[in-house]
Unconditional design. Structure first.
Length: 163
């Protein structure tokens, strides 16, 4: 569960307006603090195994460091060092996670080759049902306008992405 809280912080980085903010909203950090305080040594061992399997050591390391800094969260001896070592082997760079374009590129690369085209197609041209629900598009003209607005937002994100 702790890895989910850390990934939640990372996923929301690209939505924040302050580039210096690393997803350290106090409520998220406090949630992670409470989770960590409730964990047993066996839970932390499981966390280390899971982060290695899923390539989430960097995200967990970042979240745990910030939680420890904010609340002096007690952590097992050597945990941060272990996660640091694991994170060096991962392809996802937490320090670049603020860029939505970087996150999307990483998501695409994580997919098997056969699934990449479908992922790109869904990102570029989501279903009409989705577009109507998300953008309140009514009729053919409204739907076309919603697709154009989505394309414009995507281009703006790609051109002006924070690196």
């Amino acid at each position: 569960m702790h890895e989910l809280a850390c990934v939640h912080c990372i996923a929301n980085l690209s939505l924040q307006s302050d580039p210096a903010n690393h997803g350290d909203r106090l409520i998220w950090l406090y949630d992670m603090h409470l989770l960590a305080c409730a964990m047993t040594p066996q839970d932390f061992d499981g966390l280390v195994r899971l982060t290695a399997e899923r390539g989430l050591a960097g995200a967990c390391l970042d979240g745990l460091r910030r939680t420890h800094e904010a609340f002096a969260t007690p952590l097992p001896e050597g945990l941060l060092e272990t996660l640091e070592t694991q994170s060096r082997l991962e392809s996802f760079d937490v320090n670049r996670a603020q860029s939505r374009a970087y996150q999307e590129w990483h998501n695409l690369r994580a997919l098997p080759l056969r699934q990449r085209f479908a992922w790109v197609q869904e990102k570029l041209f989501p279903s009409a049902t989705y577009m109507r629900a998300q953008h309140g598009a009514e009729g053919k003209a409204g739907l076309a306008f919603a697709y154009l607005r989505r394309l414009g937002n995507g281009l703006r994100m790609a051109l002006f992405a924070r690196h």
